[in-house]
Design a protein around this ligand. Structure first.
Ligand SMILES: Cc1cc2nc3c(=O)[nH]c(=O)nc-3n(C[C@H](O)[C@H](O)[C@H](O)COP(=O)(O)OP(=O)(O)OC[C@H]3O[C@@H](n4cnc5c(N)ncnc54)[C@H](O)[C@@H]3O)c2cc1C
Length: 466
C-alpha cells in the first residue's frame, strides 16, 4: 500500500451501492453529472443480491408506485432471464422477485450504461467539512488513501456514515438499545413447488395470509389465489401449529416467520428469510461480527427443518447464503423534515412528494415478535425531499434506510423499492444542482418543480395512485 495521498474531484459522489445508492448514482450520471459510486464491499447491489423480493414497488392494491430506475433494472433482469415475476403474497405485499445471481450482472450493466464511475473495496472513513458543507471525504483502499472532493455528496451507506461524519444528528433503533434483528438470508434449490403449494392448501393454518383489511376476499379465496399464481411463495407463521410445535420442542429457533420467495423457477430455487439476532447495534463492527456463528447455526437448523417438516423441500439442497449479514436498522439521520409513521399508515399524499412508499409498517423484534401494520386502503404515501436532507448540511442528501423518519415510518420506507425511488430522487437533484456551474451547490435550493418534472420525465411515479 502506498502512503501518498491522491486527490480527485467529481460533480457527485455517492457512498454506498445498495438499492438506494445504485439508483442515486445511475440517476446522477444519466442526468449528465460526473458521478463516482463508492462501496466498501466487492460487489454492488446490497440486499438485492441476497434473494429477498423487492418490496414497495407496488402498493397492496397492485398499483406500481415506483418507476424510472427500477423499470430499467427489471428490464435488464428480464433480458438476462433473471426476472421471476411481480405478484401478490395475498398477505399484504406485492413482491417483485429476481434471481440474485443475475441481479449482480444487471446492476453492473445498468450503472455502466449510465456512465457511472465505480470504486469498490473502498471505505469512506473521514469527512472534511467547512461550515455547513462537506468539502471532501477520505477513502481508504489498496491504492492507499484518496481525498475525494465533490459538489454534492449522497449518503446511501445505510448507516448514514457520511452524514454522521459531517456532524448530522441521528437517532438509532428505538433509542433504548432495541434494534430490528440482523439476518442471514439463505437459499435452497430443487424445491418441488407443486408439492409445497399443495401442503399450503392442506395445512393452511400454518400460513400468514390476508393481513390488510383492504383485502375483501376470504382467507380461503386468498389461499386459492396464492396457489393459482404458480409460484413457491408463502410465509410460515410462528403461531401456526408446525412452527409453534417445532419452536416449543427446540427443533427450530424462535422466529416470527419463515418467508419463502422464488429466486429461480428454472433452478427450482427459493430464498428463505427467517434467521435473526435482535438488538445488535450493527454500526458496532465487533458486535455485528459476533452474530455470525449464531446466524450460521440458524441457517443450518432451518434448512434441516424445511427438509424434514415441509413437503416440497424433502429433496431440496442448500444452495448458498447471502453475500453478507443483512442489516435492517441502525441510524436514522435527522433531516429538514421527518417522515411520520401516522402519515405512512394513513397513506398521506403531498404535492411536494419526490418518492412514494407503500410497504406496511414492518418492525421485526426478537424471537417470535414482529409488528406488522397495514397501510390504509392498501394505498401509498409520499416522501418529501426534506426527509432526505440532513439538517444543517447543504450539499449532502441521504437515501435508503438512513432516511429521516420516525421508527414506525422507517419500518415501512426501508424496503428496496422505496430505497430506489428515494435514490433516484436525490441523484437527480444532485445532477440538477451541478447543472448550473455553481461551485457550491445547495441541494435544498433545487427548484422542486424542476426536480419533479425531471423525475416524471424519467419514469418516476409521483402522482395518481391510492
Ligand atoms: C434480512 C432482511 C430482509 C429484508 N427483507 C426485505 C424484503 O423482503 N424486501 C425489501 O424490499 N426489503 C427488505 N429488507 C430491507 C432492505 O433490504 C434494506 O433496508 C435495503 O436494502 C437498504 O438499502 P440501502 O441502499 O439503504 O442500504 P444497504 O443495502 O445497506 O447498502 C449500503 C451500502 O453502503 C456500503 N457502505 C456502508 N458504509 C460505507 C462506508 N463507510 N464506505 C463505503 N461504503 C459503505 C455498504 O457496503 C453497502 O453496500 C430486508 C432487510 C434485511 C436485512
Amino acid at each position: 500500500m502506498t502512503s501518498a495521498l491522491t486527490i480527485r474531484h467529481h460533480d457527485v459522489v455517492v457512498v454506498g451501492g445498495g438499492a438506494a445508492g445504485i439508483a442515486a448514482a445511475h440517476a446522477a450520471a444519466s442526468n449528465g453529472a460526473d458521478t463516482l459510486l463508492i462501496d466498501a464491499g466487492p460487489m454492488l447491489g446490497g440486499e438485492l443480491l441476497s434473494g429477498i423480493p423487492i418490496d414497495g414497488c407496488l402498493n397492496t392494491r397492485g398499483e406500481w408506485i415506483v418507476g424510472g430506475f427500477l423499470d430499467g433494472l427489471l428490464e435488464e433482469c428480464k433480458a438476462l432471464d433473471g426476472f421471476v415475476g411481480a405478484f401478490f403474497d395475498w398477505r399484504t405485499i406485492w413482491v417483485v422477485c429476481c434471481d440474485p445471481e443475475t441481479m449482480k450482472l444487471a446492476v453492473a450493466r445498468q450503472l455502466d450504461k449510465a456512465g457511472t464511475k465505480i470504486l469498490l473495496n473502498s471505505f469512506v472513513d473521514e469527512v472534511v467539512t467547512d461550515g455547513g458543507r462537506v468539502k471532501a471525504i477520505s477513502v481508504l483502499n489498496r491504492n492507499g488513501r484518496t481525498l475525494i472532493s465533490a459538489g454534492t455528496f449522497l449518503d446511501c451507506s445505510g448507516d448514514g456514515d457520511l452524514a454522521v461524519g459531517a456532524g448530522a444528528e441521528f437517532l438509532s433503533g428505538d433509542g433504548k438499545g432495541a434494534y430490528q434483528p440482523v439476518t442471514m438470508v439463505f437459499r435452497m434449490a430443487g424445491v418441488d413447488s407443486d408439492r409445497l403449494m399443495q401442503f399450503a392448501e392442506e395445512e393452511e393454518e400454518n400460513l400468514a395470509l390476508r393481513e390488510n383489511p383492504w383485502i375483501k376476499e376470504t382467507r380461503e379465496e386468498c389461499l386459492r389465489a396464492l396457489i393459482k399464481q404458480g409460484y413457491p411463495k408463502l410465509f410460515l407463521k410462528a403461531d401456526g401449529p408446525l412452527m409453534a410445535k417445532s419452536i416449543e420442542a427446540g427443533e427450530l429457533y424462535p422466529t416470527a416467520l419463515i418467508g419463502v420467495t422464488p429466486v429461480s423457477m428454472r433452478r427450482r430455487e427459493v430464498a428463505l428469510n427467517t434467521t435473526r439476532v435482535a438488538n445488535v447495534d450493527a454500526t458496532d463492527t465487533r458486535a455485528l461480527s459476533a452474530t455470525m456463528p449464531q446466524l450460521i447455526d440458524q441457517v443450518w437448523n432451518c434448512q434441516s427443518f424445511m427438509r424434514k417438516r415441509v413437503p416440497g423441500f424433502e429433496n431440496a439442497a442448500f444452495a448458498g447464503i447471502a453475500p453478507r449479514i443483512g442489516i435492517r436498522e441502525t441510524r436514522r439521520i435527522v433531516g429538514e423534515e421527518t417522515l411520520d409513521g401516522d402519515d405512512v399508515l394513513a397513506a398521506v399524499k403531498r404535492t411536494d412528494g419526490i418518492a412514494k412508499g407503500g410497504h406496511h409498517v414492518d418492525i421485526h423484534g426478537g424471537g417470535t415478535d414482529q409488528v406488522r401494520k397495514p397501510i390504509r386502503d392498501g394505498g401509498s404515501y409520499d416522501i418529501p425531499l426534506g426527509c432526505l436532507l440532513p439538517k444543517g448540511i447543504e450539499n449532502v442528501a441521504v437515501a435508503g434506510r438512513c432516511l429521516s423518519a420516525d421508527r414506525q415510518a422507517h419500518g415501512s420506507a426501508r424496503v428496496m423499492g422505496t430505497c430506489m425511488a428515494m435514490g433516484q430522487a436525490i441523484g437527480t437533484a444532485a445532477a440538477i444542482a451541478s447543472d448550473g456551474n455553481d461551485p457550491h451547490p445547495v441541494l435544498g435550493e433545487v427548484p422542486l418543480s424542476r426536480l419533479r418534472e425531471r423525475l416524471l420525465d424519467q419514469g418516476a411515479i409521483l402522482d395518481g395512485t391510492h
